[in-house]
Design a protein around this ligand. Structure first.
Ligand SMILES: [Zn+2]
Length: 269
């Protein structure tokens, strides 16, 4: 039998990925440009890939909306169905760049006027990993898009983006997620890998000290369930005499894997 046979805690998942990027200055700037109707036609967005879909949709909703707000119940906003909209054109997926054929199709689509909205929004995922011919095929569209078209290039690594496309785009970084890392428990797999590397040799006391900012962070964003869970975990670590590797494992199992540690703990230590 494996340790912590999978009793997964899902009760507080709704708070786990609150879109904290909505609080950052770059997002507010984009929202105000959308509201004024002066959002650039070609925009390159740089942020962690986990958020690409959510962010692209958030911006598309504002840009397509009759009032530049999104979610206000106007006829355009009412035309959203899940993540789809008649005037939203999507190329590729967060980890999969669009092919040259997809890019050509998109270019053809943009020649037609929008259906419901005054605008058409084109989202190109993994745009920093497009093959050169695909990226090149978009140069003209990025340079002279029809007046009703907005293009969003979604990037994880700005440096990999074709310079000729970059120079035609307004680049926005949404860095909040990375800044938060110091205060919040890691969230993505990538963040966990970095966290484990960083704290692999940390002493128990040092690990316990991480909980104070984590708990404050969760309380600040009103994620009380998560804050309470962190508090219980901290108490557990403080009261049991565990080796530092056990503490490290426990943190990862409880916070990354979502194991209900209270139930499993007594059986194993
Ligand atoms: Zn609307």
């Amino acid at each position: 039998m494996s340790l912590f046979s999978p009793v997964l805690s899902t009760q507080d998942d709704s708070n786990a990925h609150r879109p904290s990027w909505r609080d950052c200055e770059a997002w507010k700037r984009m929202a105000s440009l959308a509201l004024e109707g002066s959002f650039p036609h070609s925009c390159a967005l740089v942020t962690a890939e986990d958020f690409h879909t959510e962010i692209a949709l958030g911006i598309a909703k504002m840009l397509l909306c009759n009032n530049g707000r999104g979610g206000d119940g106007c006829p355009v906003c009412a035309s959203w169905s899940g993540g789809q909209h008649p005037d939203l054109v999507v190329g590729g997926a967060p980890s999969q760049p669009p092919s040259i054929d997809t890019c050509r199709e998109i270019i053809n689509t943009t020649a037609y006027r929008p259906v419901v909205s005054p605008k058409r929004v084109v989202v190109l995922f993994a745009a920093d990993r497009m093959m050169l011919p695909a990226a090149n095929s978009l140069l003209k569209l990025a340079e002279e898009p029809p007046e009703y078209v907005h293009i969003l290039f979604m990037l994880s690594d700005e440096k990999l983006f074709l310079p000729t496309l970059r120079s035609r785009s307004w680049t926005v970084s949404l860095p909040l997620h990375r800044q938060e890392e110091r205060y919040s428990p890691p969230r993505t797999d990538e963040e966990w890998v970095r966290w484990i590397e960083k704290y692999a040799k940390a002493e128990v006391d040092e690990l316990i000290m991480l909980f104070t900012p984590w708990i404050s962070f969760e309380i600040e964003r009103k994620a009380y369930e998560r804050a309470a869970k962190l508090e219980r975990l901290r108490l557990l670590i403080q009261t049991k005499r565990l080796s530092r590797t056990m503490v490290l494992d426990l943190i990862v199992l409880a916070l990354k894997e979502g194991i209900v540690f209270e139930h499993s703990f007594g059986d194993f230590w």
